[in-house]
Design a protein around this ligand. Structure first.
Ligand code: MCA
Ligand code: AMP
Length: 506
């Protein structure tokens, strides 16, 4: 069944009630949401695109950006969200790789995005700004405000989410209607969504966390969302007393705790704080409980699997553990030799279930590599059942993520693959080689640091290199610090010892 139909079943029955309220005081009823979605869906349908066509979207967060997502589903097309921080070379890759039939971008980026899109064969480029201007809504305005939802099979694609790859270039994770619908239904029950819930939504909507986990949760439950364009702790504190649920990456909680106005009174109507996308420090978990009396519920997910493990809503939430496998999802921890780990033993985390994606877009070989012969998806995360964290004993059926076998940095909830940044740095004049590492950072959890070796006789300027990188790659990938050294530490095999670099530059 089309994911839109599954979500729609949960929409509030009172169509005049509020579905979305914005930071600047706009109210969208459920009827507004349905009508706006239908108009955009009808516009997309009028383009008569072949089945499976992709709609690639790089726009600022707005209610209309959410309606565009819903409209893409309703029209039976495949949604492809792109981080607004991506620069030209990144967009060129995604559009070239996905070959979308439709691209929607911010009006301010139209000239360069449309050039890339038309070169890649895209037929239609629309614009959408956060103030509701742009050609998408102009064109949709003439369409009918209702229409049929296109039937889809469980296994049909609903979305492609690009996740960075260890080899440098991103892979498109293909998510089906079934993957997303089943996860939304499971989470609605597991997290105890109730009538009257109000979601405080400040996450970006171009990744799994903000787009699927948070938005689907409210939509399928018919719950209102307070829709904030970005994380601004003052705004969160202002709207929290009227909210009951919030989802955020650990940086949300770190920043809230830094604000002296964040206290029990502010959180008095909240029933659930969810954290994910990156490890939540037990220190943050404990401080949050002390300050507010609320215990953050940490969960674990991936673009390829949506949510797979979560601390319970009813039951003990353990700091430093991501909890138990969600209903219908199986998780195992395996040693390198394929043996199943005993409680407390560290191994590779693997997963099976209706939430696990269909494969990487046009990368059958890569897809095959990432699954075991008996059908388990290798997450690339390293974990153990039970054991102890600094918060105490962990029950044997709770999972702890202790590291990653993939060379990945997670900064403020965004993934950065060192290989990609290294290749940009290595291409800069005067650079001999580089190693990119993640170091602990109080706000972002981890921060990107580059260690660079110059070619003989060349003097590199770290600041100008950082400035140059800012024009080439998304801001969150740009090293916060770039250090020039004479040589990189290597082991006997000649491999760069990143562990030594991490210690040295911590
Ligand atoms: C912004 N900057 C960053 C980041 N965000 N640098 C490193 N890491 C980041 N995450 C840059 C800015 O461009 C700026 O650069 C400088 O750092 C300071 O920006 P600041 O104003 O502090 O940033 P912000 O706008 O407040 O954003 C921080 C943020 C944001 C709120 C943590 O990054 C965010 O919303 N992250 C959420 C990511 C997310 O949704 N992840 C879910 C992925 P300059 O000073 O040079 O201009 S889905 C996922 O991972 C899985 C499936 C899951 O389990 O959920
Ligand atoms: P992405 O590629 O953006 O989907 O990011 C998925 C990765 O984020 C996972 O493979 C984990 O490494 C990490 N992740 C997500 N949630 C958590 C969590 N609660 N604790 C630790 N790591 C997490």
């Amino acid at each position: 069944m089309n994911l839109y139909s599954v979500l729609e079943k949960g929409f509030a029955k009172d169509k005049s009630s509020c579905a979305l309220e914005t930071h600047d005081g706009l109210y969208y009823s459920w009827s507004d949401l349905e009508k706006a979605t239908a108009k955009i869906a009808n516009l997309l349908t009028s383009l008569k695109l072949p089945e499976g066509s992709r709609v690639a979207v790089q726009v600022e967060k707005s209610p209309e950006a959410l309606f565009l997502y819903l409209a893409t589903l309703k029209a039976g097309l495949v949604y492809l969200p792109l981080n607004t921080a991506y620069q030209e070379s990144e967009i060129e890759y995604f559009i070239g790789n996905a070959e979308p039939a439709v691209v929607v971008c911010s009006p301010k980026n139209f000239s360069w995005v449309s050039k890339i899109a038309f070169k890649a064969g895209t037929q239609h480029v629309f614009t959408l700004a956060e103030d509701r201007t742009g050609t998408l809504l102009d064109r949709a305005a003439g369409q009918k405000d209702q229409g049929k939802t296109v039937a889809r099979a469980d296994d049909d694609l609903a979305a492609i989410l690009y996740t960075s790859g260890t080899t440098g270039r991103s892979k498109g994770a293909m998510l089906t209607h079934k993957n997303l619908a089943s996860n939304a239904q499971v989470l609605q029950k597991f997290w105890g969504w109730k009538k009257g819930d109000v979601l405080l939504h400040a996450l970006p909507i171009f990744h799994v966390h903000g787009l699927f986990v948070a938005s689907h949760g409210a939509l399928i439950n018919g719950s209102k969302m307070i829709w904030l364009p970005r994380l601004d702790t003052k705004e969160l504190i202002k709207h929290m007393p009227r909210s009951t649920v919030m989802m955020g990456v650990p940086t949300f909680y770190v920043r809230l705790l830094l604000d002296p106005n964040f206290n029990k009174a502010v959180t008095r109507n909240m029933r659930l704080f969810v954290s994910g996308s990156a490890p939540l420090l037990t220190e943050t978990f404990n401080s949050f409980r002390e300050r507010t009396g609320h215990t953050i519920l940490e969960r674990y997910g991936m673009s390829e699997t949506v949510m797979l493990v979560s601390n319970p809503y009813q039951g003990e939430r353990i700091g430093g553990s991501v909890g138990v496998p969600l209903p219908q999802t199986q998780v195992r921890v395996i040693k390198d030799d394929g043996q199943v780990c005993k409680v407390g033993e560290i191994g590779n985390v693997e997963v099976k279930g209706p939430n696990v994606f269909k494969g990487y877009w046009r990368m059958p070989e890569k897809t095959k590599e990432e699954f075991t012969t008996d059908g388990w998806f290798k997450t690339g995360d390293v974990g153990r059942w039970g054991g102890e964290t600094s918060a105490g004993k962990v029950p044997n059926h709770y999972l702890c993520i202790v590291g990653r076998s993939k060379d990945l940095i997670i900064s403020g909830g965004y993934n950065v693959y060192p290989k990609e940044i290294e290749s940009f740095i290595d291409d800069m004049p005067g650079v001999d080689e580089s190693a990119v590492i993640g170091v602990p950072h109080p706000d972002f959890g981890e921060a990107v640091v580059a260690v660079v070796v110059a070619k003989p006789g060349v003097k590199l300027n770290a600041e100008s290199m950082i400035a140059e990188l800012k024009g080439k790659i998304a801001n969150f990938k740009v090293p916060k610090r770039l250090v020039v050294v004479n040589e990189l530490p290597r082991n006997a095999m000649g491999k760069v010892q990143k562990n030594i670099l991490r210690q040295t530059y911590a």
